[in-house]
Ligand binder design. Structure first.
Ligand SMILES: Cc1cc2nc3c(=O)[nH]c(=O)nc-3n(C[C@H](O)[C@H](O)[C@H](O)COP(=O)(O)O)c2cc1C
Length: 471
């Protein structure tokens, strides 16, 4: 798809009304700041997200075999590796015409216990589904699939309709209660209510991927970070270090490439067991309770899932800043505005080891979430902070070339355009990862972000015919 057509799907933040009075305060030339103090009246007038956190969009269908409901979901996120769990949050309280109480989808999902999360490239099917969902009232949600006029077939492990145009479907079920590697009970409930939203924990049972993608004759293209052009040189200090320059050589080093292609040389092999109707499928039998997959390579995500990244910051007890990139970061509630980040606590292997950030966030009860963008220095700082633990390099933020604003309750990285300051209001153990629920107390935006210089984000991946090994 050419960039002109893709442009229609691009979300630009901020819009024209940013900074013109309202809740944003100008803090000198460098920044705007907003304290979260929205009243129900404010929200009923305007419940748009107060600032951009980059989230993907998918469509989730559930069925009992006779009636099906499909919902559009923003910000579905892989939140745990063993079990392999995706979180989906759904508005269940009435805030505004945009954020209204969904009844049909939660009721159907809780009754059926299974669903199919479906991913589309931008195009007519997405347009149609979005239109039908927006125009069909919740109490008629059972008609949406038929009204869309789109061809479907049944998922392989449950009766949910899978749209023929979806390039990928994650077949899921509400996660069952279990125990983690420490023997602690997890998932006593497969969902949790967070403010205006209900967050469902869905265990992946199977993944269907279009056969040409599974066979590598087509590729998924995903831009995992927003595009933005700073007009001030601010926020960077020294050049980014390398493990060698910090005397930390021979480490496992995860590359980060915001122009992501799947499959490509650096991605996990999908390894389907079979294929039917243009789709290749891989099943995930549950691992026996408390057994974890320790092999580094097999512990990788087994397939593409569109995610972005939050730069999660915290202070150590000595008030030294730390930051870790966190792909499992998403927004889970609008009122209060809550960002969830999922941090590994299980000692499984090199890939999944307890993060130093974990105990810092726990002790401080605060974390920051910076929004990175496509820029060489930002990407190199993601690689450094995402591969080196504070335990090995207590000056890792400085060595990542990042300056820190000292006065805030969690470190602010002025190199990044948007920063959410979050207070921990909950912590949920998910098996290998802890989900911290962070209520956003303040948002900080760089002075060179504005309607004339917005961040641009595309919530859909696209598909390119042919295989390229370019980065
Ligand atoms: C792109 C990227 C995404 C990551 N996502 C996560 C994540 O979602 N959860 C997690 O626990 N670790 C994640 N990591 C790994 C941590 O960022 C990494 O282990 C970091 O060095 C931990 O730092 P710390 O020990 O100082 O807290 C990610 C790393 C990268 C490069």
């Amino acid at each position: 798809m050419n960039s002109e057509r893709l442009g229609k799907y691009a979300y630009r933040w901020p819009g024209p009304d940013f900074g013109s009075g309202g809740s944003w305060r100008r803090m000198g030339p460098l920044a705007y700041e907003m304290s979260m103090s929205e009243t129900p009246e404010d929200l009923s007038r305007d419940s748009r997200w107060p600032a951009l956190f980059p989230s993907s969009i998918c469509y989730v269908a559930t069925s009992d075999g006779s009636e099906s409901v499909v919902e559009r979901v923003v910000g579905a996120s892989v939140v745990n590796r063993f079990p392999f769990v995706v979180a989906v949050s759904c508005c269940v309280k009435q805030l505004s015409s945009r954020h209204y109480a969904r009844r049909a989808f939660p009721e159907a999902l809780e009754k059926n216990c299974t669903a199919a999360l479906q991913f589309f490239a931008p195009g007519d099917s997405v347009d149609r589904l979005a239109r039908v969902i927006a125009s069909t009232p919740d109490d008629e949600a059972g008609r949406r699939v038929a009204l869309s006029g789109l061809a479907t077939r049944s998922a392989q492990t449950n009766p949910a309709p899978v749209f023929a145009d979806a390039y990928m479907a994650y077949e899921v079920r509400l996660v069952s209660p279990g125990r983690d590697s420490d023997g602690q009970k997890i998932y006593e409930s497969p969902w949790t209510d967070v403010g205006s939203h209900r967050v469902y924990f869905l265990e992946v049972v199977a993944i269907q991927l279009r056969r040409d993608i599974a066979e590598g004759t087509s590729q998924i293209l995903w831009r995992s970070l927003p595009v933005w052009s700073p007009s001030m040189a601010a926020g960077f200090s020294s050049p980014v270090s390398t493990p060698e320059s910090q005397s930390l050589p021979n480490r496992y080093w995860k590359r980060y490439e915001p122009h992501y292609r799947f499959p490509s040389a650096g991605t996990a092999a999908f390894e389907p067991e079979g294929s039917a109707e243009e789709m290749a499928t891989k099943h995930f039998p549950p691992l026996p309770e408390t057994q974890l997959e320790v092999d580094d390579d097999r512990a990788r995500w087994p397939c593409f899932f569109p995610s972005s990244l939050g730069m999660i910051t915290a202070w150590s007890d000595e008030r030294t800043p730390n930051v870790m990139p966190c792909g499992s970061t998403t927004v889970v509630s609008r009122q209060p505005f809550v960002i969830a980040c999922c941090i590994s606590y299980a000692a499984i292997n090199v890939r999944y080891a307890p993060r130093a950030t974990l105990s810092m966030v726990r002790r401080a009860g605060r974390f920051g979430c910076g929004v990175p963008y496509i820029d060489d220095r930002v990407v190199r700082s993601i690689e450094y902070t995402g591969n080196i633990s504070f335990r090995d390099d207590p000056a890792k933020v400085e060595h990542a070339g990042l300056q820190v604003e000292q006065s805030a309750s969690a470190p602010i990285l002025p190199a990044l355009p948007i920063h959410f300051d979050c207070e921990v209001i909950g912590e949920i153990k998910l098996g290998t990862h802890v989900m911290f629920l962070g209520e956003v107390r303040q948002i900080w935006v760089r002075g060179d972000v504005g309607p004339d210089n917005p961040l641009e984000w595309i919530p859909y991946a696209s598909i390119s015919p042919g295989l390229s090994t370019d980065k």
